[in-house]
Design a protein around this ligand. Structure first.
Ligand SMILES: Nc1ncnc2c1ncn2[C@@H]1O[C@H](COP(=O)(O)OP(=O)(O)OP(=O)(O)O)[C@@H](O)[C@H]1O
Ligand SMILES: [Mg+2]
Length: 320
């Protein structure tokens, strides 16, 4: 039986048994998923779950002290540093970390174009200006220095920069958290639309479940370095089966998801890396449905109700 990890049998990106370790233990512990062209996959989970490390590992951008195991394959080939800015693009949380303060926005995009294609400066500038116009930045902001633009405009420029070389995959780690709620929605919509128009896949790390529900085709819920539940967004967020996903959603306000819902923090302490050596379910100490099996054996990812779940007792519901 094949796992419903990808819509197509030959995915654009395959992550296989990704493990990221530091001296104090494993922070990402065997993460596997796949992405097809044009797919939007969201990574959600509490702070420290391993979302950013997983996202960065796709681009080879993990901290130097990290030991990375497992495979990341793009079109069936290992990702190399040369893929960054060409086949893979990165959108960080803070736009200024992707933009140089000393160059005009359009010049930065033109430089990015010329770093992958042998074209004249004027032709690259044309491509840059078109890309900026597509995200709603006309000649004036395009010719400005980044610090003179608003936060929303800067993040639009970063989106244009990420997409200018038509990458196969954009990885965005909380790309809108620095913006106000209205701008967040505008920028996310723009990002998704531009990716859809180019057939670019998007991996979106987010704390905002309401936004994930609106923008992601599929969602992977991470807990303590593992994927707890992965499947179509409407299934996983609409009818979650893993106790962790259920807990996450149950603690949001009843009347639908608020515009800017943050992932709730459970009342007890979250998992810390290195605390468990694979001998029990990592969520067992906080899980209302945990039994002896959960405390003795770590569950493996399996297919339940059309999604992948890492849980011995999916569907567990508290009865009182
Ligand atoms: N350089 C590092 N050295 C040691 N541990 C690290 C390092 N970077 C990350 N970690 C640990 O790895 C775990 C996962 O980190 P990561 O940044 O991926 O979390 P996250 O899910 O993105 O959280 P957040 O929602 O807060 O951004 C954390 O517990 C963190 O302490
Ligand atoms: Mg993070």
């Amino acid at each position: 039986m094949s796992l419903p990890l990808a819509a197509s049998p030959t995915p654009l990106l395959r992550v296989d048994g990704l493990r990221i370790s530091f001296l104090d233990g494993d922070a990402v512990r065997g993460v596997s998923f796949a992405l097809s062209a044009g797919d939007v996959l969201a990574l959600v989970g509490e702070s420290g779950a391993g979302k950013s490390l997983t996202a960065r590992a796709l681009l080879g951008m993990v901290p130097r002290e990290a030991v990375v195991k497992g495979r990341v394959l793009l079109h069936g080939e290992p990702v190399t540093p040369a893929d960054l800015g060409r086949r893979l693009a990165w959108i960080p949380q803070e736009a200024m970390s992707a933009l140089s303060p000393v160059h005009r926005v359009e010049d930065q995009l033109a430089f990015a174009v010329r770093s992958v294609a042998r074209v004249k400066r004027s032709a690259a500038l044309d491509v840059a200006r078109r890309a900026l116009a597509e995200v709603g930045l006309g000649p004036e902001p395009a010719g400005a220095y980044p610090h003179t633009l608003s936060g929303g405009m800067r993040q639009r420029a970063v989106i244009a920069m990420a997409l200018v070389n038509e990458p196969a995959l954009v990885v965005a780690d909380e790309p809108t958290t620095a913006l106000d709620p209205e701008r967040q929605e505008q920028v996310l919509t723009l990002l998704r639309e531009r990716c859809a128009a180019a057939g670019t896949a998007l991996l979106l790390v987010s704390h905002d479940l309401a936004a994930v529900r609106r923008h992601a085709d599929r969602v992977a819920v991470m807990y303590a370095g593992r994927i707890t539940e992965l499947g179509l967004t409407e299934r996983v967020l609409g009818r979650p089966v893993a106790p962790y996903t259920r807990g996450l959603l149950a603690s949001l306000p009843e009347a639908g998801l608020p515009h800017r819902s943050r992932l709730p923090v459970f009342t007890d302490a979250p998992h810390t890396p290195g605390a468990v050596a694979g001998t029990r379910c990592v969520f067992a100490p906080r899980c209302p449905g945990a039994d002896e099996l959960c405390r003795q054996r770590e569950p493996v990812l399996r297919v339940v109700d059309g999604r992948s779940v890492t849980c011995h007792h999916p569907f567990f519901e508290e009865t009182e």
